[in-house]
Write a protein that binds this ligand. Structure first.
Ligand code: NAG
Ligand code: NAG
Ligand code: NAG
Ligand code: NAG
Ligand code: NAG
Ligand code: NAG
Ligand code: NAG
Ligand code: NAG
Ligand code: NAG
Ligand code: NAG
Ligand code: NAG
Ligand code: NAG
Length: 562
C-alpha cells in the first residue's frame, strides 16, 4: 500500500528557517480565534491537548469540531481534491461521544476528535474503500479494519477518507502523485499546482491545513514519509507489525505499515498510541516485543537527545542520482548542530555498505511484485460485496484497461503487467532468495549493521533519502519539518507533466531511523529536535481555509437564542 515516486527535480538554494519561527509559535494568543472570550489557537495549529482542553471545559463540542473541520474541507476541496469522501455518520457519532463525555464516560485523549484516514483503510460503514479505483467502488467489507476499530475505541471520529495516489502508487510507471480515478488529482497547499507527493497525498494535505486533528497514511516505501515532508508535517512510519494491516488494501505484507501524519510530534504520538497493538487478524503483530505498548506521549521529552549517539550514513546522501537535492543536504548539515547542542554525539560516515549492491540488484522490485500478486487476492477474498467481481490482479488489470475513467492507457498499468510476468508469488524459492538478499543488504549491510557496528542509538538522514533501507527491513522512521525551498527556486514539473514538483516554499524534512520497535526512542529524539527548531510554523500555505471553531460555536449559540 504505498509507494512514493521519487521526486526527480529539486530546487536551487538552501533555506533553514528555524530561528524565525520562535515568533510564529506565539499565535496561540490569536484573539480572532478566541471562543467566548477564551484564547484558542486557529485550527491549523490546534493540537490534541488544545482540543482536549476545549472539549473538557465545554468551550465547544465534538459536533462543533466535526462541523468546523467539514466546513474547512469544503472550502478547499474544489482546489486541492484532498478528501474523497466525508463520513455521513460523523455528526451522529460526534453527538454520541458528546453525550458520553457529559456522562463522564471518556474513552481517552482522542475522545470526540476528528481524524481523516487514507482511502485504502476499510471501514464497515457508509464509506467506500477503493484505493481510488472504480473496480472497488461500492465494495463492502464484513467489519472494520483493526486500525479503524482501534480509532473508534479510542473515541476518535473518523471524519472521512483521503485521496491517494491510486493503488498507493502501485499501478503505473508514468502517473502523478496524488491522482486517483475516483477522486482526481490532489494538490499540495504550499505552491499552486504543487506535487503533494504520495501515496498518502490527501492525508498529507488535509493534516497540514488543519482539516482534522491529523490523518493516517500507509507506507510500503516512502508513502508516509514523503508526503509528510512536502506537506510540512511530522510523519511516523512504524515498524512493520506495530500497526495491524488487516482490511487495508495491500501492496506487500513484508513492507506495508500504517502510521500518523500530524502537525506536531506529540499529536503523532497520541495517534500512534491509539492504533498500535496486536491483532488476531494480522499475525505480523505477534512480533510486537512488549506486553504493553510504550507511552509514546510521555516519550516527548525535551532532553531526549542528551547523550545519544547518532550516526549519519553519509553515502546515502547521493547527489549523483539527484543533484538538485543539494539545498536539502546543506540544511541537513546545519541541523546536525541542533542535535549537537542538545547533547547528542554525531558520528559521521556510518555508511550503509549495502548501498551499491542494493541499487544494482533488482531484489526489491521482485519482493514487492511477488507480494502484491499474493496479497491482493487475500484482500479481495474478504470482501462481503464485490460488485465488479475482481478476485485477483488479472481481474483488476482487465477492469482498469476496459473502464474509461481509469485513464488507461494515458496512465499505464506496467507495474502490474511486470508483476504478472514474474510468474511466481511470495511462496516460491525465487521470492525467498530475493527477499533474503534484500533484507541482508538493507539490514546487516544497512540500518541494523550501522547501528550495531558504531554502537549507535539512532541514525539521521534528510527525509528525501530516508525511506528505502527501512522500507526493505520494516524498521521505523520519524520525519520532522526541516525547511522549505527559497523564493528564487526555479519551478520544475513532475515527469508526468501536470504538477509543480519543485517550487519555492515546498517543504522538506529531517528523519530519525532506529531498530525494529524503537518508536518510543525515535519519538523522543524527534520531539527534542522539533521543540528546538519549530520550523513548521514558519512555512505558510498559499491557500488556507478560513472557517474557525469560533464561527461554528457562535452560529450554534445564535441558533439557540432565537
Ligand atoms: C489569527 O488567526 C487568523 C485565522 O487563522 C489569521 O487570519 C490571523 O492572521 C491570525 N493572526 C495572528 C496575529 O496570528
Ligand atoms: C462564556 O463564558 C462565560 C464566563 O467566562 C460563561 O459564564 C458562559 O457560560 C460562557 N458561555 C458559553 C455559551 O459557554
Ligand atoms: C505551476 O507553477 C507555474 C508557475 O508559477 C504556474 O504558472 C502553473 O499554473 C502551476 N501549475 C499548476 C498545475 O497549477
Ligand atoms: C502467519 O500465518 C500464516 C498462515 O496463516 C503463516 O503462513 C505465516 O508464516 C504467519 N506469519 C507470521 C509472521 O507469523
Ligand atoms: C527526559 O530525558 C532525560 C534525559 O534522558 C531524563 O533524565 C529525564 O528523566 C526524562 N524525563 C522524563 C519526564 O522522563
Ligand atoms: C562514507 O561515504 C562518504 C560519501 O560517499 C565517503 O566520502 C566516505 O569516505 C565514506 N566513509 C567510509 C568510512 O566508508
Ligand atoms: C527488474 O525487475 C523488473 C520487475 O520484475 C523487470 O521488469 C526488470 O526488467 C528487471 N530489471 C533487471 C535489470 O533485471
Ligand atoms: C474484462 O472486463 C470486461 C469489462 O469490464 C468484461 O466484460 C470481460 O468479461 C473481462 N474479461 C475478462 C477476461 O475477465
Ligand atoms: C530473484 O528472482 C529472479 C527471478 O526474477 C531469479 O532469477 C533469481 O534467482 C532470484 N534470486 C536472486 C538472489 O536474485
Ligand atoms: C508520461 O506521460 C506523459 C503524459 O501523458 C507523457 O507526456 C510522457 O511522455 C510520458 N513519459 C514517459 C517516460 O512515458
Ligand atoms: C463533495 C463536495 O462536497 N464537494 C464540494 C467541493 O467544494 C465545492 C466548492 O466549495 C462545492 O461546491 C462542492 O459541493
Ligand atoms: C469531498 C471532496 O471534496 N471530494 C472531491 C475530491 O476530488 C474529486 C475530483 O476532483 C471531486 O469530484 C470530489 O468532490
Amino acid at each position: 500500500m504505498s509507494f512514493a515516486l521519487p521526486r526527480r527535480f529539486k530546487g536551487l538554494l538552501p533555506v533553514f528557517m528555524y530561528l524565525s519561527t520562535l515568533i510564529a509559535a506565539q499565535s496561540c494568543l490569536n484573539t480572532s480565534t478566541a471562543i467566548n472570550g477564551t484564547a484558542f489557537p486557529p485550527l491549523i495549529e490546534a493540537t490534541t491537548e488544545d482540543l482536549v482542553r476545549g472539549l473538557e471545559s465545554g468551550l465547544f463540542t465534538s459536533v462543533d469540531l466535526v462541523q468546523a473541520y467539514t466546513a474547512r474541507i469544503l472550502e478547499v476541496n474544489s482546489s486541492l481534491h484532498m478528501v474523497t469522501q466525508l463520513n455521513p455518520d460523523a455528526i451522529s457519532i460526534a453527538a454520541q461521544l458528546d453525550s458520553q463525555r457529559a456522562r463522564g464516560n471518556v474513552f481517552g485523549p482522542l475522545h470526540g476528535i476528528p481524524i481523516l484516514i487514507k482511502n485504502n483503510i476499510a471501514t464497515a460503514d457508509g464509506m467506500d474503500n477503493t484505493a481510488g479505483s472504480y473496480s472497488l467502488a461500492g465494495a463492502k467489507v464484513p467489519r472494520d479494519s483493526t486500525i479503524a476499530a482501534k480509532l473508534r475505541k479510542a473515541g476518535a471520529v473518523i471524519l472521512g477518507k483521503t485521496n491517494l495516489s491510486q493503488w498507493a502508487n502501485y499501478r503505473s510507471f508514468n502517473t502523478s502523485n496524488g491522482w486517483s480515478a475516483i477522486a482526481g488529482q490532489t494538490f499540495g497547499a504550499y505552491y499552486p499546482g504543487q506535487d503533494p507527493s504520495g501515496s498518502s497525498s490527501g492525508s498529507g494535505v488535509s493534516s497540514s491545513l488543519g482539516l482534522a486533528l491529523a490523518a493516517l497514511g500507509t507506507e510500503t516505501d516512502g508513502s508516509i514519509l514523503s508526503p509528510s515532508e512536502v506537506n510540512n508535517l511530522v510523519g511516523i512510519k512504524p515498524t512493520v507489525g506495530l500497526t495491524a494491516r488487516d482490511l487495508v488494501i495491500p501492496i506487500s505484507e513484508h513492507q506495508d505499515t500504517i502510521g500518523p501524519m500530524a502537525r506536531t510530534v506529540k499529536d503523532a504520538a497520541y495517534l500512534l498510541a491509539a492504533i498500535a497493538g496486536k491483532s488476531p487478524y494480522d499475525n505480523y503483530t505477534d512480533a510486537i516485543p512488549f506486553d504493553n505498548i510504550p507511552d509514546y506521549v510521555a516519550a516527548c521529552n525535551f532532553s531526549a537527545l542528551s547523550g545519544k549517539r547518532i550516526g549519519v550514513p553519509r553515502n546515502l546522501l547521493d547527489l549523483s542520482h539527484d543533484s538538485t537535492a543539494a539545498p536539502i543536504v546543506t540544511a541537513f548539515n546545519t541541523a546536525l548542530d541542533v542535535l549537537r547542542s542538545a547533547g547528542a554525539v554525531i558520528i559521521d560516515n556510518t555508511n550503509f555498505t549495502g548501498y551499491d549492491a542494493l541499487n544494482k540488484g533488482n531484489y526489491s522490485n521482485i519482493v514487492l511484485e511477488a507480494d502484491f500478486v499474493s496479497d491482493l487476492p487475500k484482500y479481495l477474498s474478504q470482501l462481503s460485496y464485490n460488485p465488479n467481481q475482481v478476485y485477483n490482479l488479472d481481474d483488476v488489470l482487465n477492469f482498469t484497461q476496459t473502464f474509461p475513467l481509469e485513464d488507461w492507457p494515458e496512465r499505464d498499468t506496467l507495474v502490474w503487467e511486470s508483476a504478472l510476468e514474474l510468474g511466481f508469488d511470495n511462496t516460491s524459492p525465487e521470492f525467498w532468495s530475493n527477499y533474503t538478499m534484500n533484507t541482508y543488504l538493507a539490514g546487516p549491510l544497512g540500518v541494523t549493521g550501522a547501528l550495531a557496528n558504531y554502537s549507535l542509538d539512532a541514525l539521521v538522514l534528510p527525509t528525501e533519502f530516508s525511506p528505502n533501507f527501512p522500507a526493505l527491513i520494516g524498521t521505523p522512521v520519524v520525519t520532522v519539518p526541516l525547511g522549505a525551498y527559497p523564493v528564487d527556486t526555479k519551478v520544475k514539473l513532475n515527469t508526468f507533466g501536470n504538477l509543480n514538483a519543485t517550487a519555492p516554499n515546498i517543504p522538506f524534512g529531517f528523519s530519525f531511523l532506529g531498530p525494529h520497535f524503537s518508536e518510543e526512542l525515535l519519538i523522543g529524539l524527534a520531539y527534542a529536535f522539533e521543540q528546538r527548531t519549530l520550523v513548521r510554523n514558519s512555512i505558510t500555505p498559499y491557500i488556507e481555509p478560513t472557517v474557525e471553531l469560533v464561527d461554528v460555536v457562535n452560529a450554534r449559540l445564535r441558533r439557540a437564542s432565537v
